[in-house]
Design a protein around this ligand. Structure first.
Ligand SMILES: *Cc1c(COP(=O)(O)O)cnc(C)c1O
Length: 393
């Protein structure tokens, strides 16, 4: 099935088309799931080979210095920084989003002690809510009380009782995009600190953390940054909060002098105090290599390609994935996957099409829509084999 000329012309004019060859993708697969697990950049394999063979295998423990393993959280953080609009010394790669949110929420509450409410939205990604609930349980409601409201009620609830606003920029289900600049400004006008979760925006959209005066942010290494399964997350703390910031997971890697082995904790300089334990070097090296795909890349070009792909009702108000709900969403997802179109399903009934501009051509999207049309028209998804569920969906 050949795409129409208009679609072929879009690919011919695509200034990001060359990026696709930097990824290793299986044949006969249109991968629309880069928003859950980014595909493998080709440069990762040699980087991991070198790490295992020459560094770990030959230089052993000397590698911590010789190959800068000890500095990787900072070096990777500095690679991510320009992609999210952050000046140097504000971003570090470590742990998961969940763990980093725990650190940031606790630290932010400590900066705003006269208030206790953490405001978030009910359909935020569950881990964000769970972490706030766990912290509330630990500290007690007089110090940390989670208030979850519908997205449409956020502004009305943003008042002087709120200590911290915890939001995900692009909604993981619907793809809806919050206006970071407007919301952050409004929050600050009420004395509220803001933590942005960039899981579905970092690597997909231009982000201007510094310009928007954001206080704190977290983001994902394994989604649009293609760092591989379980890749380290990253954390951003604005320079202005760093001198007074105290986070509770005060492990030795965040100590001012870890190798002095002192009995008492002293906070490390600046953003390094966000570290807790030993970095996962295998994952960190994969993420470090994967980020080279973004060298010299203009995130506005990435965003434009994504926006021109389809005609959504309001492209300014969504991220880089499209969500459709259908009562048979699960079965449709399974049928698409079997036909070589890898998408994902989010309960109860949502099919997500992740449009990652670096790996997809316009013809891929066209093909995927042809396959979807076939599956829907012929009701192929009604076959019983598409109803079976696995542990990870
Ligand atoms: C994927 C995702 C996470 C993942 O959290 P981890 O702790 O890194 O597994 C967190 N928040 C959002 C919004 C996500 O989409």
């Amino acid at each position: 099935m050949n795409a129409p000329d208009a679609v072929i012309a879009l690919d011919a004019a695509d200034r990001l088309a060359h990026k696709r060859s930097e990824f290793s993708l299986p044949d006969n697969t249109i991968y629309l799931d880069g928003n859950s697990l980014g595909p493998l950049p080709k440069c990762v394999k040699p980087a991991i080979d070198e790490l295992v063979t020459d560094q770990w295998g030959a230089d052993l423990i000397h590698s911590w210095n010789r190959h800068q393993w000890i500095d990787l959280p900072s070096l990777v953080g500095e690679k991510i920084a320009p992609l999210i609009g952050a000046a140097p010394n504000q971003v570090i790669a470590c742990d998961s989003i969940s763990v980093n949110l725990f650190k940031l929420l606790a630290a932010a509450l400590k900066l705003n002690t006269s208030r206790s409410i953490v405001l978030s939205q009910t359909d935020n990604f569950p881990t964000d809510l769970y972490i706030a609930q766990g912290l509330s349980d630990l500290l007690g409601e007089q110090h940390c009380q989670l208030k979850q409201v519908a997205g449409s009620d956020l502004i009305a609830n943003l008042d002087e009782s709120v200590a911290v606003l915890l939001l995900t920029e692009v909604n993981f289900r619907t793809g809806e995009l919050h206006d970071m600049r407007v919301i952050t400004e409004l929050a600050h006008s009420k004395g509220v600190l803001v933590i942005w979760d960039l899981a579905h925006s970092a690597g997909a959209l231009p982000i201007e953390l510094d310009q928007c005066q954001v206080d704190f942010a977290v983001g994902c290494g394994y989604k649009y940054f293609n760092g591989g399964p379980g890749a380290p997350a990253f954390v951003y703390v604005s320079q202005r909060h760093q001198p007074s910031l105290q986070q509770p997971l005060s492990g030795w890697m965040g100590h001012k002098a870890p190798f002095n082995f002192e009995p008492n904790y002293r906070q490390g300089k600046g953003i390094t105090r966000l570290l807790s334990g030993t970095p996962n070097i295998l994952s960190m090296v994969a993420l470090d290599a994967a980020l080279t795909v973004f060298d010299q890349l203009n995130m506005h070009h990435v965003r434009l390609k994504d926006l021109n792909l389809l005609s959504p009702s309001d492209p300014q108000r969504r991220g880089s994935h499209l969500a459709y709900s259908h009562d048979d969403g699960f079965a449709i997802t399974q049928a698409l996957i079997e036909h070589g179109v890898v998408v994902d399903f989010r309960a109860p009934n949502i099919i997500r099409f992740g449009l990652t501009p670096l790996t997809l051509s316009y013809q891929d999207i066209w093909q995927a829509t042809q396959i979807l049309t076939l599956i829907m028209r012929e009701k192929l998804y009604c076959q019983p084999k598409y109803q079976r569920r696995q542990k990870v969906t």
